[in-house]
Design a binder for this molecule. Structure first.
Ligand SMILES: [Zn+2]
Ligand SMILES: [Zn+2]
Length: 354
């Protein structure tokens, strides 16, 4: 397996972001990302997919879209769409149809910022996901950096404080969303979790002060999605794009908050009678299954089975658990950083079947 780092939710001036595609790609190269997916609101910007080069270095730039119904008030239920080369924003008034169409076209549909509460202090509405009855999703953006920021804005001063101390924001996915995800997994649904920055390069104005809060580059060193690919990236737009979308589809991925320490090297695998399987895979429980977790650094690690925290390890780099119980198993890892316990790694599930 070959690990790559991707940041997959961001905006340009085609919607409400501040930097153009090239500047964002350069920021991605400086941040050592392998790939980015740019997802402007309700517009599929064509012709911008590329292997972007800056001297010797390169980054794969893919184009997706974030779609929502702009006539809805408040403008809830944003959907991230990847791997579709047609404009589907016209279907936004019927989200079920939109998701079905994405799937029919072999694209990927992920719930964007599932919980994104109102912030009266900065005049922002609640734009959480509000269509949980739709079951044909590929996955969910479990951890969205901007939702978490927004949830802290009790007053305008908070916005200014966090603009200067952005490393103090991220603590982990909202518990509400973790339990919602666990609920869906316990029902037997396969829901892939991704982490997104929702980078805009936002500006903030407060009296005489103005500041770019969260430049793209800062986001790219924070909450990322790590993908496990069957082969290294080839340096070819079409092949690499296909490999990335396939990994997202299979859930061969984990969310890593790379600011406190790099999460590269994390692995969660299952060994059974049929061989070794990875996050996102199914494995049969017959004869027992050995789950193995490998952490990049010894840290606080939890194994979750159908929403229940069944085992914890502290200061281990390798954690092992043997089971015959079917269900969805996933891993959460926490780390202390800047005086707070923070979410560091959230794996996708391994699905153990009967
Ligand atoms: Zn959104
Ligand atoms: Zn967005």
């Amino acid at each position: 397996m070959h690990e790559i780092i991707i940041n997959l939710h961001m905006h340009t001036p085609y919607s409400d972001g501040y930097e153009n595609h090239d500047a964002i790609a350069q920021a991605a190269i400086r941040s050592k990302l392998d790939a980015i997916i740019i997802t402007d609101h309700n517009v599929l910007v064509t012709g911008k997919d590329c292997l972007f080069h800056d001297g010797e270095k390169s980054v794969l730039v893919l184009i997706g879209e974030e779609i929502h119904d702009q006539s809805r008030q408040p403008q809830k239920s944003h959907l991230l769409v990847f791997g579709v080369d047609r404009e589907l924003a016209t279907l936004a008034t019927d989200i079920k149809l939109l998701v079905e169409t994405v799937r029919k076209l072999n694209g990927l549909a992920f719930i964007a910022h599932p919980y994104d509460p109102e912030s009266k202090a900065v005049g922002e509405d609640d734009i959480s996901w509000d269509d949980w009855d739709i079951t044909s999703m590929n996955g969910i953006e479990l951890w969205n950096g901007m939702s978490e920021f927004k949830s802290r804005l009790k007053t305008k001063l908070h916005a200014f404080y966090y603009a200067y101390f952005p490393a103090r924001i991220a603590r982990g996915p909202f518990p509400l969303i973790l339990s919602k995800w666990d609920g869906l997994l316990s029902q037997g649904q396969r829901i892939t979790a991704i982490g997104g920055s929702d980078a805009h390069g936002l500006r903030i104005l407060y009296g005489p002060f103005r500041r770019v809060i969260f430049p793209y580059e800062w986001h790219f060193r924070g909450i990322n999605t790590h993908l496990l690919l069957p082969a290294p990236l080839q340096g070819s737009l079409n092949e690499d794009r296909q490999m990335i979308y396939e990994a997202l589809k299979q859930g061969h991925a984990f969310i890593g908050y790379d600011l406190p320490a790099s999460t590269t090297g994390f692995r969660f695998s299952a060994k059974g009678r049929e061989g070794v399987n990875w996050m996102g895979d199914e494995i049969n429980s017959q004869g027992g299954v050995t789950l193995q977790i490998r952490l990049p650094q010894a840290s606080e690690c939890h194994l979750i089975h159908n929403g229940k925290d069944i085992q914890q390890w502290d200061k281990h780099e390798i954690c092992t658990y043997i089971t015959t119980q079917p269900g969805a198993y996933r891993v959460e890892v926490y780390k202390h950083f800047q005086g707070q316990r923070r979410g560091w790694i959230f794996s996708n599930p391994i699905y153990i079947t009967k």
